[in-house]
Design a binder for this molecule. Sequence first.
Ligand SMILES: C[S@@+](CC[C@H](N)C(=O)[O-])C[C@H]1O[C@@H](n2cnc3c(N)ncnc32)[C@H](O)[C@@H]1O
Length: 277
Amino acid sequence: MEPSTPPLYAPRTVRALLERYGLRADKRFGQNFLVDGNLLGVIVRTAQVRPGERVYEVGPGLGTLTRALAEAGAKVTAIEKDQRLLPVLEETLAGLNVTVVPGDALAYPWDEVPPDSLFVANLPYNISTPLLTAVLRANRFRRLVVLVQKEVADRLAARPATEAYGLLTLRAQYHARVERVRDFPPQAFYPQPNVTSTLVRLESKGVPDDPALFRLVEAAFAQRRKTLRKNLEAAGYARERVLAALSALGLDPRVRGEALDLEAFQRLKAALLGPTG
Ligand SMILES: C[S@@+](CC[C@H](N)C(=O)[O-])C[C@H]1O[C@@H](n2cnc3c(N)ncnc32)[C@H](O)[C@@H]1O
């Protein structure tokens, strides 16, 4: 770009690009484009990209974050569902080390990503939970840096016995060490969303998925108001085994699933199914 050209994140560049291509931000795709250069810098610094490192991004949008990651030395693969944005990306990412993959990130073969890649994204709010689940489960990323709704960040970083604590929390904390980096106000985006966003960093523990553990966790949270024992029985775990396992762990039979931390769930799994279960 010419030195006098305003950067891609400048609100007037974003508005001009959309106008030139006859586009409007589409709510169905969760399109809130980043228009704050300082906060863009925060995301890139948090990602700590090494030169030549592979970075996967979901939802490049107009290419703002994609471009910043490529300029920091990353080799970026960016998956975009909105076909209307593909010609824009061709223009804004020209000459950079970026591959744009058209399609739905929920259908992307995350298992095929080379190990130790990075994942960096300003996520569309409507897919953040299933997408994070799929990406964490694939166990291919060394680090994930994601901008999500504050409420999703609360769930990722929650402690037991809180309202935000649940399946997503345990999925995240099983696979990674979770750190909230900072909040992003609505003014950092165009158009402005109704909610605050939060940048979250997840440092992978490099552990493979544990389907039996997550079947147990899913069952435990099926009906939050019910006791753990009732939920497990409803999911088909034999009553006697459940009672014996709770007693072996020194847990009150009236305990709720939300009281158990990750380690307690792992011990419960071993007590119910045996160490190899
Ligand atoms: C919050 S915007 C972020 C745009 C850009 N990265 C930025 O920070 O300005 C979310 C982006 O995800 C795209 N998107 C929405 N659903 C998607 C899906 N299922 N798969 C891939 N991309 C999707 C939207 O079209 C949009 O470009």
